[in-house]
Design a protein around this ligand. Structure first.
Ligand SMILES: [Zn+2]
Length: 253
């Protein structure tokens, strides 16, 4: 019998909060992030509440104590940081998919090239098929997802899939546990990059060759919106401060 791997044994001792923070940091370090946006919800109890990352901390900086516990009506039951109301659509998926404990959504740069083109990344090799599951394209972009009706329509369109490319928006991944969701997120990120690695600039051309624009973007205020986002600035300045401190620690500051 093989002795338990030390790292696996350590992970087994972590709380749901700690494991969620670890998953966010790993995905953030892998480039599966878009500054402060994106959300990972974990239904760690047999009630309707979830653990979720706050909006004012970069994924790579998340600590277990930063996570919030939020109820389906948006009430923050634990935590002092800010909840991103656009994460509300996760509840629509959690309510419909009892097999799903984890919902992961972000706008990872390479996944978003395919989302911008409203196309699925191709399956180019055997390792890309590892993990199985089904991927769907959700081609309707009606606006941001704090709206309950839009959230419901997205959950219906997602159906029983495991991964979705959300046209003009981002990528959605679900899993029965954190390991599966994290692995599928990483895998879809890698697959989205492979075409670009194998054929420099092709993936970018896929997007720039697409002349479609977000329907109604100006109407929704997405185009002319003033450049204000205090939470994003706070998160980025925290990252800068950490970089400065660590550089000084290394004697390079
Ligand atoms: Zn989004």
């Amino acid at each position: 019998m093989t002795a338990p791997d030390a790292a696996s044994a350590t992970m087994a001792t972590l709380s749901a909060r700690q494991r969620t923070a670890v998953a966010l940091r790993i995905l953030g370090e892998a480039g599966y992030q878009d500054k402060i946006t994106g959300h990972l919800t974990v239904r760690d109890r047999d009630d309707a509440t979830v653990l979720v990352n706050p909006v004012d901390v970069l994924w790579v900086d998340i600590r277990a104590q930063d996570l919030l516990r939020v109820a389906p009506d948006g009430a923050i039951l634990e935590g002092t940081r800010r909840f991103n109301p656009t994460a509300g659509f996760h509840f629509a998926i959690h309510a419909r998919r009892h097999d799903v404990r984890v919902v992961l959504h972000n706008h990872p740069p390479f996944g978003n090239i395919w989302a911008a083109a409203s196309r699925m990344p191709p399956l180019l090799d055997q390792s890309g098929a590892n993990g199985g599951g089904s991927t769907v394209m959700v081609s309707e972009y009606e606006g941001t997802l704090e709206d309950v009706g839009r959230a419901e329509r997205l959950a219906i369109a997602f159906g029983q899939a495991d991964v979705a490319v959300l046209a003009h928006h981002g990528v959605l991944v679900v899993g029965e546990d954190l390991d599966i969701a994290q692995d599928d997120g990483q895998r879809s990120h890698d697959e989205s990059r492979k075409d670009e690695r194998a054929h420099p600039r092709r993936a970018l051309l896929v997007a720039t060759g697409n002349r479609r624009r977000i329907a109604g973007a100006r109407l929704l205020g997405l185009v002319d919106r003033p450049r204000r986002c205090p939470a994003r600035r706070a998160a980025l300045s925290r990252r800068s401060a950490w970089s400065l401190l660590s550089a000084r620690h290394r004697g390079r500051g």
